[in-house]
Write a protein that binds this ligand. Structure first.
Ligand code: GTP
Ligand code: SPV
Ligand code: MN
Length: 589
């Protein structure tokens, strides 16, 4: 007798018609085999699927070039197919499930012809964690199979775990012919099923990541009383050895990976990494909020990564403990066979090919590496990996940070007055767009809790769920806002950022332990400058004041935007958050 899993795989094979079906076991030996296949596969932009980089300087590292139209998430082609449109809300594209399936069935008929169908059994979360989920993804791309091996806990044991169960998480992925006109990322929340066609890019193709662990998981969290969030999880150790666990939600390409892997600029402080992108948050029996990272790898932004900005990530990238590390869409120094990118430590290459495989020099005026070029590597390469990473229970959270990329208005750090006010702070968040999705960069948009592209249901209900979660905790985390990106009149960042962000985390920890008091303002509590540890940092006082300046006119313009945004959710928008909004609006007048 076949199992429901085997029957499901058979059914997909009948539709997509691959040359062969290959069940992966997650072993290293198998990874070498798939790598060999990719090294000899058809060229994209002049390279095979995997190009071996110089193994002395970049052990176990390979370069992949994507299809030139396929370099970032495509939010306009991403749908959440709830039974009713209202469930998806104004924050999602919606299509009726039957219509979406009919469309995708047509596009998928024979889409794997001549190709291998990889069946990938994987866990999101530690297999012993009560919060972990057993999943299976099908894909027709060796690069996706390899990336899923790095990003998740892939193992044949998951097949045993699923056994005869019907309710495992399903993902069907095919790049078909990469045609952007036939590209769709469709979610079926009632079936825990993601169907993605036409794109091989990270968030569109690694279905355990944004598609399952955020969009579908956020919907599950609503039913079951937990949260799936676009958040860093980190432990910050003080000089006495006490570790405070903090989560931070920052929109795509706004600094999560760098925060999670920070090399502290303050002696005696150390950041321990638990996750750089996704957190699943549950209320523990102790009334606190507990976080696990469902992932096991980093899919991080390459440009800007260097020994100066992120020495811990550079060391992890060169460590090569776990096989393999992938670079996607960086430039290639053809003299040394090394990857190169804007902001790298290595000097400008003399002979280089850009991310498309075209000869490049500085005079060409274009970027050598794609601004959204990425590395994919295992967390186990990281020397800052927290000893608690594999703890199935997760870690207890003392503070939640909401931040964004705001060149104006938003201060370096501020604190909410209560859980409810903190939820309002998260809901009104805005951020300037980045290269992580296909849209114009640098445009301010609302991005509540950094979840706008990832909340799998109506965000009005999502805000209500956040409020409810607060009521379930006897000891909830304190909520803070941060902004590393404020600029001066000359257009320069005021705050040095990166390792110096520890100074902000230290103030947050001092607030968690009630060691200092904030100054109350209408947006929340801001630090007294003398309570910030600025030792060894040379920033003139007037510049520092700029970081905390509260521009009333700017805030009233902002509030008009916020009001319009909140109103879009109609009756689903919680009254409690209107109440918080009105308090701020009154205070500004
Ligand atoms: P996703 O993987 O897309 O979710 O992004 P992320 O939030 O993990 O962003 P990441 O840490 O990769 O940072 C994106 C960009 O922001 C990189 O180019 C970084 O160099 C830059 N960045 C990160 N932290 C800081 C900071 O503190 N200050 C400044 N100025 N730039 C930063
Ligand atoms: C993001 O865009 O927020 C990412 C990269 O973390 S992706 O996996 O493509 O979503
Ligand atoms: Mn992300």
């Amino acid at each position: 007798m076949s199992t429901p899993l085997e029957r499901w795989v058979d059914e997909q094979a009948r539709l997509t018609k691959p040359k062969k079906v290959y069940w992966c076991d997650g072993s290293e030996e198998e990874a070498h085999r798939i790598m060999e296949i990719g090294i000899h596969e058809e060229k994209i932009n002049g390279l095979p699927v995997f190009h071996e980089l110089d193994q002395k300087s970049w052990p176990k590292s390979y370069l992949h070039r994507s299809h030139p139209t396929d370099v970032a998430r495509t939010e306009h082609l991403t749908y959440v197919c709830h039974s009713k449109k209202e469930l998806a809300g104004p924050n999602n594209n919606w299509m009726a499930p039957e219509e979406a399936k009919a469309k995708l069935t047509k596009l998928s008929d024979g889409c794997m012809r001549g190709k291998t169908m990889y069946v990938l059994p994987y866990m999101m979360g530690h297999p012993d964690s009560p919060y972990a989920k057993a999943c299976v993804q099908i894909t027709d791309v060796s690069y996706v199979a390899m990336s899923m091996r790095i990003m998740t806990r892939m193992s044949k044991k998951v097949i045993e775990k699923i056994g005869n169960k019907e309710n495992f998480v399903k993902g069907l992925h095919s790049v078909a012919d990469f045609d952007p006109n036939k590209r769709f990322i469709m979610h079926f929340p009632d079936e825990q099923f993601v169907w993605s066609i036409g794109s091989g890019y990270g968030g569109n193709a690694l279905l355990g990541k944004k598609c399952f662990s955020l969009r579908l998981a956020s919907w599950l969290g609503l039913q079951e009383g937990w949260l799936a969030e676009h958040m860093v999880i980190m432990g910050v150790e003080d000089p006495k050895g006490n570790v405070t666990y903090i989560t931070a939600a920052l929109p795509s390409a706004c600094g999560k990976t760098n925060l999670a892997m920070m090399q502290s600029a303050l002696p005696g402080y150390k950041v321990w990494t638990l996750g750089d992108d996704i957190a699943w948050l549950n209320v523990g029996p102790d009334g606190r909020l507990w976080a696990i990272n469902p992932e096991a790898g980093f899919f991080g932004v390459v440009p800007g990564t260097s020994m100066k900005t992120n020495p811990n990530m550079m060391t992890a990238l060169k460590k090569g403990d776990f096989y393999p590390t992938l670079f996607t869409n960086t430039a290639l120094n053809t003299d040394t066979n090394e990857p190169w990118w804007e902001g790298a430590d290595a000097p400008l290459p003399v002979n280089a090919l850009d991310w498309r495989g075209k000869p490049w020099d500085k005079a060409s005026g274009s970027k050598a590496a794609h601004p959204n070029s990425r590395f994919t590597l295992s967390v186990y390469n990281s020397r800052t990996l927290s000893p608690e990473f594999d703890n199935p229970k997760g870690v207890p959270i003392s503070a939640i940070i909401f931040g964004g990329k705001r060149t104006h208005l938003i201060p370096l750090v501020f604190e909410s007055r209560s859980w409810q006010h903190g939820v309002y702070m998260g809901a009104r968040m805005g951020s300037e767009t980045t290269a992580a999705a296909m849209h114009k960069e640098g445009v301010l948009r609302r991005d509540p809790m950094a979840m706008l592209p990832f909340c799998g249901y109506n965000m009005g209900d999502y805000f209500g769920h956040w409020l409810k979660m607060g009521k379930k905790m006897t000891n909830p985390p304190k909520i803070f806002g941060v902004n590393w990106f404020r600029k001066d009149d000359a257009g320069e960042y005021i705050w040095p950022g990166f390792g110096d962000n520890i100074r902000v985390l230290k103030w947050i920890m001092d607030r968690v332990n009630d060691r200092v008091k904030p100054i109350d303002t209408f947006i929340g509590g801001v630090p007294k400058i003398e309570d910030l540890d600025l030792s060894g940092l040379d920033i003139p006082r007037e510049k520092l004041n700029k970081l905390f300046e509260i521009d009333r006119l700017g805030w009233s313009v902002e509030l008009n935007e916020v009001e319009k945004f909140f109103s879009g959710f109609g009756k689903t928008f919680p009254e409690e958050l209107w109440h918080e909004y009105k308090k701020v609006a009154m205070a500004i007048k």
